[in-house]
Write a new protein. Structure first.
Length: 266
């Protein structure tokens, strides 16, 4: 199976001179996602945590109602990439075929292949109202993600999505060259563990765009915090879903864009 990173030769310019050496870089692989042997999407992704990716993508795209609805799963090496083969019930497959999403997804693309504006702006579930966190807990959640990014420490080229639970710390982290892929992998990991995202903080290393809010809402997340800023559409979607959206989250503070009532200051 393809490694998530490789070492390549490179020449560095430092202190007025060139020097030969090596650099570990992230792998980027075409990954075909298929259901009942029909290709649904081809995503450019990091070839790691692939079962989490398959399950999370299937859940966040509303293809299956639960991880258990995937009857069979296998990774197949194909020429030029990998294929994530899944089998689902005929009724689910019939609904999927009506949606027709069969275009390639670039590394930065979380919505490639959607055929209508309505699908791109599909309604999302309402966030649970009971989850509350303190400002200090949000800072702790954000601070916990960097040290857990093993692949990014080696490559400096991948995004991460993590889930932080008050009183327990970082429960899971997944990395990928695509920010939406990282979140799908996290969703898949939590779903297979039976862990809900409703009572903690989903932490992201990227800007917050609309598809990340949609995926977080599908996860049942109530609080999403990212090191970068949200887009205007993401803010509107988070407001509509009742999600607490935190951006520009750094060691010295953060900015709250929606759902500030969930954040307590001690």
């Amino acid at each position: 199976m393809t490694s998530p990173s490789i070492s390549v030769a490179r020449t560095a310019w430092r202190d007025g001179a060139f020097a030969a050496g090596e650099r570990v870089i992230a792998e980027e692989t075409p990954i075909a996602i298929t259901y009942n042997r029909v290709t649904h999407a081809v995503m450019m992704a990091t070839p790691d945590d692939l079962r989490d990716f398959a399950v999370g993508f299937s859940l966040s795209e509303n293809i299956v109602p639960a991880a258990s609805a995937i009857e069979e799963y296998v990774v197949v090496e194909a020429e030029g990439g990998l294929e994530l083969r899944m089998w689902i019930a005929p009724g689910l497959m019939s609904a999927l075929e009506k949606r027709r999403r069969r275009l390639a997804g670039a590394t930065g693309c979380g919505m490639c292949g959607l055929e209508s504006l309505a699908e791109a702006l599909r309604p999302v579930p309402q966030a649970p109202r009971g989850a509350r966190v303190t400002a200090e807990e949000i800072l702790s959640a954000v601070a916990s993600l960097g040290p857990a990014q093993m692949l990014n420490q080696a490559t400096r080229a991948v995004h991460a999505a993590g889930f932080w639970l008050p009183g327990h710390g970082l429960q899971a982290v997944r990395e990928d060259v695509g920010r939406h892929n990282a979140l799908d992998k996290l969703y898949g990991a939590l779903a297979q563990q039976g862990q809900t995202a409703a009572v903690g903080v989903v932490v992201l290393t990227s800007r917050i765009s609309i598809e990340l809010v949609q995926k977080a809402a599908r996860m049942g997340a109530a609080v999403v915090a990212a090191v970068s800023a949200p887009t205007a559409l993401a803010v509107r979607a988070a407001e509509a879903a009742g999600i607490t959206l935190v951006g520009i989250a750094r060691s010295d503070g953060f900015e709250v864009f929606t759902g500030g009532w969930r954040i307590a200051v001690r």
